[in-house]
Design a protein around this ligand. Structure first.
Ligand code: F6P
Length: 459
């Protein structure tokens, strides 16, 4: 099998890894993929430097070679905080109201993609398979082709692809999509995002699209686009869940919540995760069932994310305000309804928390996949599993249909779901979980990698 070269914005140094939920799913998933196939993982070090040098820092951990470059502060401002996280991220999550269209952001994005291409191209052998990831690096394939690379190059988008009528609000939208046709294989999380992309290609580019096979013919090139739903590293998670650290974490939940049911949310502090809307739903539940404040404690773990971007600062302030309001109104001297934890935890600890909490609340307004939902299912006790409440707008809902599916915008819907999860009999919890776990075990990260790499190799 060819060696794999993975390229993504961030590269996770294995020892520094947290849970998929805490850091975003991409890093954990790719680490698993590379360990299996061997290969090199190239990306930004996360460090800033006065002047870009292109120097590559190579390291080896557990059979995975990481190769990273530092970027200038202007690069980070314009490419990472700017075009990636203030333009593409909100737009691709249907938040056109938060999308910023600044010319310098676009220039910074192009510059950094060029820097990535110039730095990584010399590391790529003719027989390597190259796999580029996510919205930070959409034009990278085209830049690599300009270096003369004839390799198989695939691209996977970890976030949604928006409907055409939203996407066309992006200046130079056509240019961005044309660059994607330099890849051999394009992967999306779900058929919904895939269909939106194919619709754009047909309607705006005038490409020949075969919806059945995902084949796009345009100006003499043929590209395949398919859905590959990402999964978790089930075996790794199971091993972490069996550790002493996980057991102690579960005890911390059980001891501190005693006879109340613990309900858990684990999310990067991001406006796409629907956190203020979730707190409104919990507030509605307490309004409708005031006595049940003695039955339920909500634990929200929300490590800060992308703190230099204004919309992230705003969402944090709003969440803190809403949490404070409910706690102020509903607390007793011996009871606080919402625990809000602003830091990340290890995967082992999270496994213990997942298991100790009988309700998992995963309610993004829009999410490419959402691996927290899958982690929650994987960590449950089969004899007494918890209930997963899941947004119907998370990509994961297409696979986890036996969760309690909700509309995260509706406080009434959330309140109703919390009530039914709290009161759900053991037999129904077991029946639902029994179906969910099959999907989580089978459609795991290894299957995701194998499916994508097999299709890329055969292009
Ligand atoms: O999954 C989407 C994603 O942007 C990943 O690319 C990234 O690793 C994760 O979310 C966390 O975001 P960031 O790298 O900006 O902290």
């Amino acid at each position: 099998m060819s060696r794999l070269v993975v390229i993504s914005n961030r590269v996770a140094v294995p020892k520094a890894r947290g849970a998929a939920g805490a850091q975003g799913g991409l890093a954990g998933a790719l680490n698993a993929a590379l360990k299996k196939n061997g290969g090199t993982w190239f990306g930004w070090s996360g460090q800033e430097i006065d002047e870009f040098t292109g120097n590559i820092n190579m390291q080896r951990h557990d059979g995975v070679t990481t190769a990273t470059i530092d970027l200038e502060q202007q690069d980070v401002d314009e490419y990472y905080n700017g075009y990636a996280n203030s333009t593409l991220w909100p737009l691709f999550h249907y938040r056109i109201d938060l999308t910023e269209y600044e010319r310098e952001f676009g220039r910074g994005y192009e510059r950094v993609n060029q820097r990535f291409a110039d730095s990584v191209a010399p590391l790529i052998e003719p027989s390597d398979m190259v796999w580029v990831h996510d919205y930070h690096l959409i034009p990278l394939g085209e830049r690599l082709r300009a270096h003369g690379l004839k390799n198989r190059i695939g691209f996977f988008l970890h976030i949604p692809w928006p409907p055409t009528r939203l996407f066309v609000s992006l200046p130079y939208h056509e240019r961005l999509v044309r660059t994607m046709l330099a890849y051999d294989l394009l992967g999306f999380q779900t058929t919904e995002w895939l269909e939106s992309f194919l619709h754009y290609c047909r309607k705006e580019l005038g490409a020949q699209v075969d919806e059945q096979t995902g084949t796009i013919d345009f100006e003499g090139r043929t590209v395949i686009a398919r859905a590959y739903p990402i999964g978790i590293d089930f075996d790794h998670l199971s091993a972490e869940a069996a550790t002493e650290e996980a057991k102690q974490a579960e005890q911390r939940i059980l001891v501190s919540t005693r006879d109340r049911t613990a309900m858990l949310g684990v999310d990067r502090l991001d406006y796409t995760k629907g956190l203020p809307e979730r707190i409104d739903g919990i507030g509605r539940f307490f309004d409708q069932y005031p006595d049940r404040v003695r039955d339920l404690v909500y634990i929200q773990i929300a490590p800060p994310s992308r703190e230099d971007v204004e919309s992230y600062q705003n969402i944090r302030a709003l969440l803190e305000q809403k949490t404070g309001q409910i706690n102020g109104a509903r607390s007793e001297v011996d009871l606080v309804p919402i625990r809000y934890v602003n830091k990340g935890h290890s995967l082992a600890e999270l496994c213990g928390f997942y298991r100790g909490c009988k309700i998992g609340l995963v309610t993004p307004l829009r999410d490419g996949m959402n691996l927290v939902a899958k982690e929650y299912v994987a960590a449950q006790d089969p004899a007494d599993p918890g209930v997963l409440i899941l947004s119907r707008f998370a990509g994961a809902a297409q696979q986890l249909e036996d969760a309690v599916l909700v509309n995260p915008h509706s406080p009434d819907d959330l309140s109703h779901a919390i009530k039914s999860a709290l009161d759900m009999p053991l037999a129904e919890r077991k029946a639902r979980w029994g179906k969910l776990i099959v999907s989580v075990m089978d459609e795991n990260v290894q299957a995701w990698t194998e499916n994508f790499c097999r299709d890329l190799a055969s292009q």
